[in-house]
Design a protein around this ligand. Structure first.
Ligand SMILES: [Fe+2]
Ligand SMILES: [Fe+2]
Length: 266
């Protein structure tokens, strides 16, 4: 199966089952001979039950101190599941948007797309075990809003892998801890699993950032200059800064120092 064909099928799917479809024959059977013409950003179609809710209907993200309540944990997990769904739609879009990118870049993206499909399923299954179907709560378009401002693979890695996914190096272990504190061990283990995978996704971003780095441009400067306006480097961090996870993801000490300094300025 051609990479483009699979990405198009996922991106254009208007039902959940199709968005989660695996490539025929698995990742190793995917070919990339006809990547096609670049596709500009547009919002992917959604089933009627999974439409983005108007702003006034959206619910606030629960305060960590409220997570002893099951409905608040459900609300958090539902928001995380929505992030996974948007992430997989955007990974599919990136494959369609950047047909001329290096082949290993595109293959790496395909692998991450598969991971995001798996992550979505894990959250949806956890929600179902807690009595809620994904889509029962209002959905936002958080990641999608960045789409129109991503013009090339460098913008893409800085926004998706090094901002949204990097922030999950803090969020995921933070919520693993919070869920454990209220004895929700299943949700805690799920967050831990997401955290471990996210290190690889951020590593993909850091490897390609280094690949695109011009001589004499510090890595952090390159990153910061390719973040979208509404997603500055401060969005790449959560409540508890995980330094080691960033090192494991291939970010060097200077990058990590600069990011933390940005936090104290911003
Ligand atoms: Fe994910
Ligand atoms: Fe990810």
């Amino acid at each position: 199966m051609e990479l483009r064909e699979w990405a198009m099928r996922v991106f254009c799917a208007d039902c959940l089952e199709e968005k989660l479809v695996a490539p025929i024959g698995g990742l190793q059977e995917l070919t990339d001979h006809q990547p096609g013409a670049p596709m500009g950003w547009r919002q992917p179609p959604r089933a009627a039950t999974l439409k983005i809710a108007p702003k006034h209907q959206r619910k606030k993200f629960p305060h960590p101190s409220s997570l002893d309540r099951q409905d608040m944990r459900v609300r958090s997990l539902h928001a995380f599941a929505n992030h996974e769904l948007m992430a997989l739609e955007m990974m599919a879009w990136a494959l369609l948007a950047f047909p001329a990118a290096d082949k290993p870049f595109r293959k790496g993206l395909a692998k991450i797309l598969l991971d995001e499909q798996r992550h979505f399923r894990l959250y949806a299954q956890r929600l179902a075990a807690m009595g809620v179907q994904f889509g029962e709560l209002p959905l936002n378009d958080h990641f999608w809003r960045a789409g129109a401002n991503i013009a090339d693979p460098l913008d893409w890695i800085c926004t998706m892998h090094l901002t949204f996914e990097q922030s999950n190096l803090d969020h995921a272990p933070y919520y693993a801890k919070r869920f454990r504190e209220v004895d929700d061990f299943e949700s805690s283990q799920l967050m831990q699993q997401i955290f471990e995978d996210e290190i690889h996704h951020v590593r993909f971003g850091s490897c390609w950032l280094k690949h695109y780095q011009p001589p004499d441009t510090p890595l952090f400067e390159l990153f910061a200059s390719h973040c979208t306006l509404t997603n500055p480097p401060s969005r790449a961090m959560g409540a508890e800064f995980q330094e080691q996870a960033r090192r494991d993801a291939g970010l060097d000490d200077e990058f990590i120092r600069s990011l933390r300094a940005w936090q104290s300025v911003g």
